[in-house]
Design a protein around this ligand. Structure first.
Ligand code: KIV
Length: 261
């Protein structure tokens, strides 16, 4: 039985663009929830929050902890939690860990990066009634160096086969990361499930970006990111003012006292 939220995402294919962003905590999630169809607790938190050099070492417990926080801010969007590297090595482990994510975070679905081999794993998780979002193209858990995918015939054929195998396995949508515009278009046209692009042009059914990147907080701004604000500067200005106020005894004032004078 497919949930209403998943059905609503599927219905948007070829009709309305799907809006998605990442969130790692409640306060962000609460704001994003008003404008997003899908919120992803991405393993990109490894780089963005924890300053790790890649996403390979973020643990299941850490992702779950952030998922619990994000859940508190999400009411209407579909909440997807990433399965970290090493947590879906075989079908039984994948099923056990996906169930743990769902049970602890109360999210709606999990996301799994494809290594062009784990279709059976995706099928097994779905058999356990857990919706899965696929992820192909540049997959940081399995690629050490950043490369645009789908540039030649061989790569195009491979990506199309991978995407159709993930759809066949039962995934409800698929992230296309850093895939050429033409290949993204072909995959989007072939699949019945929606494609969510990141660095893969507007030829996808929806878009996802890392929230800290669009807010100008992460310091990571590749060409496919649009920085909508420079929050770094905004936060720095506020903190600088607070620091000055404390030093100059401007804060706290009498009105900030909880008791007496
Ligand atoms: O971890 C993440 O944030 C992601 C998105 C960038 C798709 O996988």
């Amino acid at each position: 039985m497919m949930s209403k939220k998943i059905k609503d995402i599927l219905k948007k294919k070829d009709k309305k663009k799907i809006v998605s962003l990442t969130a790692y905590s409640k306060n962000y999630a609460k704001i994003l929830d008003k404008y997003c169809d899908i919120i992803l607790v991405g393993d990109s938190m490894a780089n963005v929050l924890y300053g790790m050099k890649n996403t390979h070492k973020i643990s299941l417990d850490t992702i779950i902890q952030h998922g619990i926080s994000v859940r508190k801010g999400v009411k209407k969007s579909l909440l997807v939690v990433d399965m970290p590297k090493g947590t879906y090595k075989n079908p039984s482990e994948a099923k056990k860990n996906a169930k743990k994510i769902i049970k602890r975070t109360n999210c709606d679905a999990v996301k799994i990066e494809s290594n062009n081999k784990n279709f059976k794993i995706i099928r097994e998780i779905i058999k356990a009634k857990i919706p899965v979002m696929g992820h192909i193209g540049y997959t940081p858990q399995f690629n050490n160096t950043f490369k645009v995918k789908g540039k030649n015939e061989k790569q195009i054929k491979k990506l199309i086969k991978e995407a159709t195998s993930i759809e066949k396995a039962g995934a409800f949508s698929i992230v296309l990361e850093c895939i050429t515009p033409n290949t993204a278009k072909m995959i989007t046209n072939i699949l019945k499930i929606p494609t969510i692009g990141i660095g893969s042009s507007s030829n996808c059914d929806g878009q996802i970006l890392v929230t800290d990147d669009i807010l100008g907080l992460s310091g990571f701004y590749p060409k496919f990111v649009k920085k909508y604000i420079n929050l770094n500067t905004v936060i720095e200005k506020a903190v600088k003012k607070y620091s000055k106020d404390v030093k100059n005894k401007i804060f706290p004032k009498n009105k900030n006292f909880l008791y007496g004078k």
